[in-house]
Ligand binder design. Sequence first.
Ligand SMILES: [Zn+2]
Length: 102
Amino acid sequence: MLLDPRLDITFPPHRTHLPVDHEAIRPLWHCRSGCGIWPCPSERMRLRAAYDDDPVGLSVYMAGCLFGATGDLRRLDRCGMPRPDALFTRFVGWTRRDHRLR
Ligand SMILES: [Zn+2]
């Protein structure tokens, strides 16, 4: 599937020192390791560690992922895509410092 070339949500190069086996498979936005929906708990922990000194950067990165996922999932199944509030919680809501990892 052709992805939107304007949306560059690749992992920042300076943050690639951690394993990436829980990457998202697009356009489904499922974990590459078979954990289910992305970001899975392992990926959330990896991202938290990678952005430990930049929580705003993590939220911005995940907002970009939310944008990409919204477009991808809408194209796949317009009627069956998750509700907007569920997508927000899944992609951005957990990035708050006071939000517990699930
Ligand atoms: Zn995973």
